[in-house]
Each structure stands twice: as C-alpha cells, then as structure tokens.
Design a protein around this ligand. Structure first.
Ligand SMILES: *Cc1c(COP(=O)(O)O)cnc(C)c1O
Length: 364
C-alpha cells in the first residue's frame, strides 16, 4: 500500500534521543530551549513557546490573548476539529465563516459581516499548507481592534508575501503530530513577537506558576510541557525541513502537470505571493469526472493507493457544535466536503510510486 504519510526517522533522530536519555534529564530542558530558539529563527519572530500538541498550543494561545467566556471568535468550519475545540475550552463562541473555494481557506471578504461587539479574535487556518489571506485579515482586525491567530499546524515553512508562516498574525501555532510536515510524535508550538503573550503562554503551560518563584501560582494553568525527548526529535526534523518542503513541492508539480487538464479534476490553486508546502495535495473531484470522489477513493484503495478526505463535513455538523451552525450554512464548505481527495505527497515517495499514482488516475 502506498500510504498517505510516512515518517522519516533516521540516525539523526536516534542520536538526538540517545543524547537526552544519556543526560538523565527527560522533561522540559535544554533541547526544548534550543527548539524554541530555532523555531523563532525560522519564522523570524521574537518568541517561540513549545507545547505538547498543536491543540494545546491553540488552547494556550487563546488563553494568552485573554479570551473571556462568551467572547466570539471568527473562524472556518473547514478544518481539523482541534481549531474549534480550543475555543470551546475557553468558553468562547466559534463564529463560522465560509471559505474561498479556490484556496479552501476562510473567505476574508466575508469576515467583516461576522464582526460584532463580542468579537475578539479571528483564527484563520492555513489549510493543506497554504497561508490564508492575512493582508486582508490583519487589515480587518486592525479596523475592529481584534487579534489574529494563524493555525499553522499544516503550513510550517510556507511563505506569504515574503514572510514565513507562523509570523503572519499576533500568534501562530504549529503542530508536530506524527503525520505533519515535521514531527516529534506529539508536539506543538506558538510563535509571537509579543513578550506578554509569550510569558502568559509559558505560565499556562506550567500550571500557572510564576516563572521566577516555584510553587507560586498566578492563575489557572495546565501541564502542556513538551519533553526533551520529543524536542530532540523535532530538532533533528527541523534540519530536514527545507528538503522535505522541496520534495513535497516537486511531487505536487508532477501531479499538477498530470491532472491539470483532466476534465472533472481541479488541481490546487496557489494564491499569488504564497508558497504552498503541500501538507496535503488535494484534488477536487467534480461531477464532470468519470467517478465520484468516493468511487475514486475506493478505486485507488483497490490498487494499493491510500487517499484521504480532509474533511468529510463542516465542523458545525458535529453534535457539540451544531448550535454554532451559521444561518443557511456555509455553502462552499458543504460543496467541497463532497469533492476533496488528498493523494500521497510525503517525501519518501519514489518517482515510480508517483508515476503509478498518476497513471492509475489517468487510465480512468
Ligand atoms: C493537526 C492540526 C491541529 C492539532 O494539532 P495536534 O498536534 O494534533 O493537537 C490543529 N489544527 C490543524 C489545522 C491541524 O491540522
């Protein structure tokens, strides 16, 4: 089976883990500090705070921004559940706005209509690895005094108008979950230029403890610390990041070339000024194609090719989110949920495997 994701674990990762084991210090320590410095360097921001998942990074972010119960957060319903659950954990209200069907990201032209007195934050998601429209999003935020969060779980190393993903909003959040572009099993990070946010985040990550005085707790907190074992893996992965990104783009280019003129298949659109990192290479399979999306998925599966539907339904279809469904729904999200299909694009794919995937689809 050609899988959708495949982990790269080489001798660099193993050596780094052994260093930590030999040091006898397994919790948050030197490797975590180094990972924070390297991530901040990568994104050219002042502060990085690593956490034990992307979800905990998002939760911590909303805490750092001072979100209060009942505050409203504008976001997209076409993302992983975690984006919205972080809001619910802060007792904030998600307000769903439809997407742009070319980029799959929040349609920034529809955000302003969703703003009211309770709105505090906009959480945009860089779906599949392409940054959302931050020029417009940040402009709206400035006009209404809102904060902006970049859910960059899928977009590390992507670029938007010359700036790295992670640095495009007040706070950017990464995930290092096993299948993300770089990983450490489970892990996350939040990126910011704001010292106060970074300090609040570090406190929240560690039970709300005063950074300088042990057992002095200033507020509620969690245990969201990353271990040095995980940080060691992430540091080794970070060294591979440019090669991984390049390989994913090369695979995407081969798919684009092969499927660009196939009736009924829509290849990913890349916005001007954006550099996509193809966490997912996602086609839209429209009614003009010979098979439906689900038929194509089954067909590929039978021929040993895994494919994925990200995501099968808008978040407001899930029972705990139904009460946040916007009036009339998000028409475009509902449509693309029926059409999207992600093909394997991980960097360990061989040319032979990519050709096999391409030919299998072209034969249809
Ligand atoms: C993976 C992901 C997250 C959550 O990250 P975890 O590390 O799995 O907690 C959040 N948002 C998006 C868009 C993701 O893809």
């Amino acid at each position: 089976m050609i899988t959708l994701a495949k982990l790269i674990i080489g001798k660099e990762e193993k050596e780094m883990i052994l260093q930590v084991l030999d040091s006898g210090m397994l919790t948050q320590g030197e490797k975590v500090s180094r990972l924070e410095r390297e991530l901040a360097d990568l994104c050219q921001v002042k502060h990085a705070v690593v956490t034990n998942s992307g979800t905990s990074a998002l939760h911590t972010t909303l805490y750092s921004l001072g979100i209060q119960p009942g505050d409203e957060v504008i976001t997209t319903p076409f993302t992983f559940i975690s984006t919205t659950n972080a809001m619910l954990m802060m007792k904030a209200k998600p307000v769903f706005v439809d997407i742009d069907q070319c980029t799959f990201n929040i349609d920034s032209s529809k955000i302003e209509k969703a703003v009211n007195k309770k709105t505090k934050v906009i959480v945009a998601v860089n779906l599949y690895g392409q940054p959302a429209d931050y020029l417009n999003i940040n402009r709206i935020a400035k006009k209404y005094d809102l904060k902006v969060v970049e859910d960059a779980a899928q977009s590390i190393n992507a670029v938007y108008k010359g700036k790295k993903s992670g640095s495009l909003a007040n706070i950017g959040c990464f995930s290092f979950y096993a299948t993300k572009n770089i990983m450490c099993g489970e892990g996350g990070a939040l990126m910011t230029n704001n010292k106060d946010y970074a300090e609040r985040a570090k406190r929240f990550r560690h039970h709300g403890q005063n950074e300088k005085i042990k057992y002095e707790y200033l507020d509620i907190g969690c245990n969201y610390r990353l271990t040095d074992i995980q940080a060691a893996i992430a540091l080794a992965q970070l060294k591979r990041l440019d090669r991984i990104t390049k390989k994913r783009r090369e695979i995407a280019a081969l798919y684009n070339q092969a499927f660009g003129n196939v009736k009924g298949l829509i290849t990913p659109f890349v916005s001007p000024g954006c550099a996509h990192v193809y966490h997912q290479y996602t086609l839209r399979v429209t009614k003009d194609f010979k098979l439906s999306r689900d038929e194509l998925k089954t067909y590929l599966g039978k021929r040993g090719i895994a494919s994925g539907v990200y995501y099968p339904k808008p978040l407001y279809y899930y029972s705990h989110l139904r009460k946040y469904a916007p009036k009339g729904g998000c028409r475009r999200v509902e449509k693309v949920c029926q059409e999207v299909l992600s093909l394997p694009a991980h960097p360990l794919l061989t040319k032979l495997e990519v050709d096999y995937i391409i030919n299998t689809i072209l034969e249809i």
